[in-house]
Design a protein around this ligand. Structure first.
Ligand code: DC
Length: 231
């Protein structure tokens, strides 16, 4: 069967990563979480003291770029890929509030985007991938055979994110998380370089009122149809 590229874009905490991971597992494709790449760069910048408040030292980061190596390795226990930064598993650290709070400013830097997009295009060369992010269907793979755009209301997304943080033992209030979700929406969709935007030919899913299993069934049907069309 011909392999395709499935590009999944959408708002933060819309559940697109969970959808993308489950889908990849179900159809035997490789899953690539591009948000994790921007998060890993942000973690590196934090670890090296490149931040003064919300502002990142661009020159320091530009110089450090050749020393930042991001990779993914399958975690046999979870069946999902973990993110590695220079050989260290950083899956947990990149999901914390500190990185979440700073990542939009790093993801807005043109030289960072260029470097990440080039790596992502390389990873997708052989097809058979599900890649999730913000600009996959518009910039990274504008010719992807299937593009999805996933969204939900900010309130629903904040609630989901809070549950996720709590499950990891992090403390945050609903108001803080809602503010973070809205701030990231704003920064992601108004930045100059590759803003979050639905590709014209993307299929839209608003999952505010959907259960995970309803969503899964919907997705598998869309994928099945597209796979049939491209054979
Ligand atoms: O999906 P996420 O919340 O893990 O993404 C983290 C940040 O990275 C978010 O602010 C948006 C940004 N991002 C991006 O600009 N482009 C991508 N392809 C993926 C994520």
């Amino acid at each position: 069967m011909k392999q395709i590229i499935i590009a999944i874009d959408g708002h933060s905490s819309s559940g697109k990563s969970t959808m993308a991971k489950d889908l990849a597992k179900e159809i035997g494709y490789i899953y690539i979480d591009t948000g994790a790449m921007y998060r890993a760069v942000t973690l590196y910048a934090l670890q090296h003291g490149f931040f003064a408040g919300d502002k990142v030292d661009e020159d320091a980061l530009r110089h450090a770029l050749p020393d930042i190596h991001i990779s993914f390795q399958l975690n046999k226990q979870t069946g999902r890929p973990d993110t590695y930064l220079n050989g260290t598993n950083v899956e947990r650290e990149i999901r914390g509030m500190e990185v979440s709070d700073k990542v939009s400013s790093v993801a807005a830097l043109p030289f960072i985007r260029r470097a990440m997009v080039a790596q992502q295009q390389e990873m997708g060369k052989a097809k058979g991938i599900v890649m999730d992010g913000r600009d996959i269907g518009t910039t990274v793979f504008p010719d992807a055979e299937l593009k999805l755009f996933i969204t939900a209301s900010p309130e629903v997304r904040a609630r989901r994110r809070l549950d996720e943080l709590k499950a990891k033992g992090e403390t945050a209030t609903y108001e803080e998380v809602l503010e973070n979700v809205k701030k990231r929406d704003y920064l992601d969709s108004t930045r100059e370089e590759s803003p979050l935007r639905k590709a014209d030919d993307a299929v839209v899913l608003d999952n505010s009122d959907m259960t995970i299993s309803e969503q899964k069934a919907w997705l598998l049907e869309v994928v099945r149809q597209r796979l049939q069309e491209v054979q």
